[in-house]
Design a protein around this ligand. Structure first.
Ligand SMILES: Nc1ncnc2c1ncn2[C@@H]1O[C@H](COP(=O)(O)OP(=O)(O)OP(=O)(O)O)[C@@H](O)[C@H]1O
Ligand SMILES: CC(C)(CO)[C@@H](O)C(=O)[O-]
Ligand code: BAL
Length: 612
């Protein structure tokens, strides 16, 4: 085709669909000398837009617009396009030689076949741009890439049209349009969702101007991503920082159901990011495996929880859990819960720390079971079995609205109909620290944990890191006895002043509660010393100094131990360590712990305020 034949010349342009794209493109065509002969606009919004962007252009019926135009711009929603073209063909409105141009990203020119059959020239152009429907958009078109699809003989017409608009035509085959459009929608539209999630999360964290706060970082990240591809990636995943990722998941879960979509997206994108970083050699197999372990396996990814508005059409999360007291009732209740089952075991007297654990279960399972049972086997003589706070109604009230399906609250006769003869031997970890202070405690814990796991048969069970030795022993139990349940540890939830949440805090008087703060203060001092490069002996000494000088603290033990064996670390130890305390405050015995990284080879622990 010759140059003059490919140039559109001065055309009468008609616009079907006075949406954002149609009015902006028509206005641009008008500004380069074409005449806009008519526009369709049904809603008041479209009429206003047509008025503002295409002043003095008559608003006409679809048929009149098509009849009067040499170039018909079809800018209707994608789903309406095929019907519109077919309908106009049935009415005999298409004219030979008429240019019929649509701007749908998804379609090529096939969708215009009914017009082509009547001699019209079908062209598909799609600007890779988002529009506001105002004159601001005119500048956005300049230099904007347009995907152009047309039969080869008329492709130059489509290209020339785009050049006239000020855009950069890029030829795209019919067959590639859907994937092309998916890529654009994923990048541009889902970015809006992602940035919106980041803003909502920052707002929940109390930042006054989330958008302003994010702008420099996100601009730099986008710039890097566009120029350096995925090599520009920074943050905890590419550092292999599974602890931080786990901490993020817990923090997000703690923000409540309105932000459940953030957890879901975070988990999914972090998994994909991990796999990409592994494939590009930026993560080792081991580091990737640790991350994927924390993030949960894609194959067992929980369906979105029902608390996400509109996320799926299952029944809404029951507001109040079903309370069952016997194993028969439990079995019946479980039989109506299909899918992945998650469990939190507790002794009741629930607090916010338990709720954080509930949310962690909910993020990992379709259904949540909470057990409430004060297990006599784990209490020694003279301990607080009789006084341990029990208030099932208050516990159920606290769990209401948290997406818990079933509360299993057996009494002693139901849990132990007969004195158990077969006992679990927890092994050497149970002989030290809590085990030494409370002989038989962990045998009793593992006995009841095994029973409840067998009764509930969960896919995943969550335990708090506050009871670090218990968590380690439960992991060993599951490994050694092949119990086939995923055990997830959850970081300790604290009051704002640092006190670890615990049911036994209820025993503290107001002055004792203040005295108890010395425990977390001492641990924090040790962590900071380790972060500053202090050796194990120094870390232990500075922690001890705080504890010893605090009033009202009756230290039972303060140790710096290996987090797996719970044996003391040597003075020159390197790597992870656990600072663990048990202390009496008045008549209440409290435990707490924090992890430290020892030795110069280890980077400082990840702080929440670290860059992403
Ligand atoms: N502050 C907390 N943060 C996160 N998890 C916790 C916290 N406190 C307890 N948990 C976890 O909740 C589960 C149930 O614990 P439990 O019912 O014994 O509560 P508790 O507050 O530890 O009670 P206690 O005061 O008797 O030690 C355990 O896995 C425990 O580790
Ligand atoms: C795991 C547990 C529920 C067993 O009684 C108890 O030890 C607890 O609450 O941590
Ligand atoms: N929170 C651990 C259970 C106990 O102290 O007995």
């Amino acid at each position: 085709m010759s140059e003059s034949a490919t140039r559109p010349g001065r055309l009468g342009v008609g616009v079907v669909g006075a949406g954002r794209v149609g009015t902006v493109l028509a206005s641009a065509l008008r500004s380069v000398g074409h005449a806009v002969v008519g526009v369709t606009a049904v809603s008041a919004e479209s009429r206003d837009r047509a008025d503002a962007m295409l002043p003095e252009v008559p608003v006409l019926s679809v048929e009149d617009v098509v009849e009067r135009s040499e170039l018909v711009l079809l800018t209707v929603p994608d789903d309406a396009l095929a019907g519109l073209v077919r309908g106009l063909a049935d009415l005999g409105r298409w004219q030979p030689g008429q240019l019929v141009v649509h701007t749908s990203g998804r379609y090529g020119t096939e969708v215009l076949a009914p017009a082509a059959e009547r001699g019209a020239i079908p062209l598909a152009i799609h600007p890779a741009m988002t529009f506001t429907g105002t004159s601001l958009d005119l500048s956005r078109i300049t230099g904007c890439p347009f995907a152009v699809t047309a039969a080869s003989p008329v492709l130059p017409i489509a290209q020339a049209l785009v050049v006239e608009l000020g855009g950069e035509p890029v030829a795209l085959a019919e067959v590639d349009r859907p994937a092309y459009h998916a890529a654009l929608a994923h990048g541009a539209n889902h970015l809006v969702t992602l940035v919106g999630q980041a803003q909502r999360t920052l707002a929940a964290a109390g930042l006054p101007d989330p958008g302003g706060y994010l702008a420099p970082l996100l601009t730099a990240a986008l710039d890097g991503a566009l120029r350096g591809s995925e090599q520009s990636l920074t943050g905890p995943v590419v550092r292999g920082d599974a602890g931080t990722v786990e901490n993020h998941l817990v923090a997000l879960a703690g923000l409540g159901p309105e932000l459940a979509d953030v957890t879901e997206t975070y988990r999914h994108l972090a998994r994909v990011t991990t796999r990409r970083a592994l494939a590009s050699g930026r993560l080792t197999e081991l580091a990737a495996a640790r991350l994927l372990d924390v993030l949960g396996d894609a194959a067992t990814e929980p369906a979105p929880t029902a608390v996400v508005p509109g996320a799926d059409d299952r029944d809404p999360t029951p507001l109040e859990p079903l309370v069952v007291r016997t194993r028969t009732e439990l079995r019946a209740a479980l039989s109506s819960l299909p899918g992945r089952r998650g469990l939190l075991m507790t002794m009741g007297a629930l607090h916010e720390g338990h709720l954080v654990n509930v949310r962690e279960v909910r993020a990992r399972a379709d259904h949540v079971v909470v057990s409430i049972y004060v297990n006599p086997l784990q209490f020694g003589p003279g301990e607080d079995l009789e006084n341990y706070p029990r208030d099932l109604d208050a516990d159920v009230a606290l769990l209401t609205g948290e997406g818990v399906d079933v509360v299993f609250a057996p009494d002693d006769a139901e849990m132990y109909p007969a004195e158990p003869l077969v006992r679990i031997d927890p092994g050497p970890v149970a002989d030290v620290l809590e085990g030494a202070a409370r002989p038989g405690h962990f045998a009793g814990v593992l006995q009841v944990v095994t029973k409840i796991l067998n009764l509930v048969r969960p896919d995943v069970a969550v335990f708090g890191q506050k009871d670090a030795q218990q968590l380690a022993l439960v992991r060993t139990l599951v490994r050694d006895l092949d119990l086939g349940v995923e055990i997830v540890g959850v970081p300790t939830r604290r009051e704002d002043d640092g006190l670890a949440l615990s049911s036994r805090n209820a025993y503290l008087t107001a002055p004792q509660r203040i005295q108890a703060l010395a425990i977390s203060r001492a641990l924090r001092t040790g962590v900071e010393a380790a972060d500053g490069g202090a050796d194990a002996a120094t870390v232990l000494r500075v922690t001890d100094e705080v504890l010893t000088h605090a009033g009202g603290i009756d230290k039972d033990y303060l140790v710096l131990v290996d987090p797996e064996t719970f044996l003391p670390l040597p003075d020159n130890a390197r790597g992870p360590g656990l600072l663990a305390v048990a202390a009496g405050v008045g008549t209440t015995r409290l435990i707490d712990n924090m992890t430290v990284e020892l030795g110069p080879d280890h980077p400082p622990r990840q702080r929440p305020k670290d860059s992403p």
